[in-house]
Design a binder for this molecule. Structure first.
Ligand SMILES: [Zn+2]
Length: 521
């Protein structure tokens, strides 16, 4: 192998010459070199800990089938933690996959670097390319460990894994036209943007990696790389096997990507397909974390409110509510967009492109096509939406919004002035999103809307009754393009004084953002 083909080495041993020397002497004097590095700080400050917020899914109550998101803060010893960089190849057969990876590489490398500095063992696992690393000390480190027998571990606390939530049977290329997946495969090595430290390891063998972890006393494993639905789950060193071996495994959910063709079921945007696979992993295999925890640059969720109505004073009720209920407890960064008086213009609507959650309170607005297109792009991406009251007839130039996105059919209301008795839907009692809302009934000044029948994809949460009129759902959740949609026909100015209504909105926002819903406040 030519000198210039050697993997890049960083840290104190960062030159090509060093890498070559290491390749020759590694096997003989490896333990001595490791000690030298530790003194030099290559394996991190002593006692350095890694703080993560782990996200997973758990039943809402013992033996319940419905799940909710749960978060847990952990602090791990760097020295007991390993990072597996899964199949971050120099080149994939899919052009789109290469482009998505390229966008992630700088953050991937920064995260690996930060974890290395805290003492974590970094294992580079670019499968099928071990030949490229032949003779390097990093390869020797993984290969020369004494054999350790994994103890059989059975995980009985999780349900059996069903099929993945995306159809990847066509190989998952999302390009037009599709790339050819016929071999020979183009990957030759790990992508050069990922630096390889002198004390890192290189292996694509689960058994080698197990031996190394055993030797080093590794308990926690962070896995990142591609592709979430394939190698990150299925390789001999990847999630399923690591969990079976009993390691405490965490997927870095923002540093991974799926092979998913967005024209295949469930026909959702590519990024949404990745989200769905992450959710699957959090349900059946292991928790996830975000690189923001490692790099310390995570910020609160960005919530954009789109307001244009002239009956309920939403331009005042929503900001007041957000300030009190969302900005502090969620650290949310809220942006309020107000339409003009005629509801024909929404200045600043480009803010939706950066939104993590959209709150919509519009009534018969006729927005210019380009503004409407921005909103439609948001909904098509499967991003979360909270819609209130008049939003079911929110767009005069997009009349099917209620049926398409919200999952209802608005046909009018039962007359002004009549209060609505609100109770939980029988099938929704105990749902996380109704914590602090039901089982107590409450009375809302919002007169009852005719919105039924709901779409099959919608699940009613609250039912309203007004005098002798038939029951109507007044709050439900729906799915659009894989995204979370919450709608309530409540939202009268005076509803904002009702604790259950406020709690319902707070819960809905948390649900939309995939944040845990507290059991009590
Ligand atoms: Zn492709």
């Amino acid at each position: 192998m030519a000198v210039s083909d050697h993997p890049q080495v960083v840290g104190r041993v960062g030159s090509w010459a060093h890498a070559c020397v290491w390749a020759c002497v590694a096997v003989m004097v490896w333990p001595a070199l490791v000690c030298a590095q530790e003194k030099g700080g290559l394996t991190g400050e002593k006692g350095s800990s890694i703080k993560l917020t782990l996200r997973s899914r758990a039943p809402i109550a013992p033996n319940a089938s419905r799940l909710e998101v749960v978060e847990k803060a952990v602090e791990w010893e760097g020295a007991e933690t390993a990072v597996i960089v899964c199949d971050v190849w120099d080149q994939h057969w899919c052009k789109g996959a290469n482009e998505r990876l390229a966008a992630m590489l700088p953050r991937m490398n920064a995260t690996i670097k930060a974890l290395r500095a805290k003492g974590a063992l970094i294992v580079h696992a670019p499968s099928d390319t071990m030949k490229f690393y032949e003779g390097t000390p990093q390869r020797a480190l993984a290969r020369n460990m004494p054999t350790a027998a994994p103890k059989a571990v059975s995980k009985t606390d999780r349900p059996a894994e069903p099929r993945l939530p995306i159809d990847d049977s066509d190989g998952g290329c999302d390009c037009t036209p599709q790339c050819s997946s016929k071999g020979p495969y183009p990957w030759r090595r790990q992508h050069a943007a990922i630096e390889i430290g002198g004390a890192d390891a290189i292996s694509d063998s689960g058994r080698e990696i197990y031996n190394l972890f055993h030797q080093r006393g590794v308990q926690h494993v962070i896995i990142l790389g591609v592709h979430t639905n394939m190698c990150v789950l299925g390789r001999s060193f990847a999630i399923r096997q690591l969990v079976r071996w009993g390691f405490d495994v965490v997927l870095m959910r923002d540093l991974t990507d799926t092979m998913y063709n967005s024209r295949r079921p469930p026909v959702v945007a590519h990024a949404k397909g990745t989200d769905l696979v992450v959710e699957h992993i959090e349900t059946y295999w292991c928790a996830s974390a975000s690189s923001g925890d490692v790099l310390g640059d995570s910020s609160g969720p960005r919530i954009v409110f789109v307001i244009a109505e002239d009956e309920y004073d939403a331009k005042n009720t929503l900001p007041a509510f957000a300030k009190e209920e969302l900005e502090k407890s969620l650290g949310a960064q809220c942006t309020f967009l107000n339409g003009n008086a005629k509801k024909t213009d929404m200045p600043g609507v480009e803010a939706v492109e950066e939104a993590d959650l959209l709150v919509v309170y519009l009534r018969r607005a006729t927005l210019p096509e380009d503004q409407l297109a921005r909103l439609k792009r948001y909904f098509e991406a499967g991003k979360p939406v909270i819609a209130l009251r008049t939003a079911c007839h929110g767009f005069q130039n997009w009349l099917e919004f209620d049926r398409v996105v919200l999952g209802c059919q608005y046909t009018g209301h039962y007359g002004n002035g009549g209060a609505t008795e609100v109770r939980a839907d029988a099938n929704a009692v105990g749902e996380a999103i109704l914590r602090g809302v039901s089982p107590d009934r409450f009375r809302s000044p919002s007169w009852l809307y005719m919105v039924g029948p709901l779409a099959k994809s919608a699940r009613p949460l609250l039912i309203g009754k007004c005098g002798d009129q038939p029951d109507e759902a007044v709050a439900w959740v729906n799915t659009y393009r894989g995204g979370r949609v919450f709608y309530t026909s409540l939202g009268h100015r005076d509803d904002f004084a009702i604790p259950q209504f406020r709690r319902l909105l707070v819960n809905a926002v948390r649900w939309g953002l995939d944040k845990p819903i507290p059991r009590d406040r």
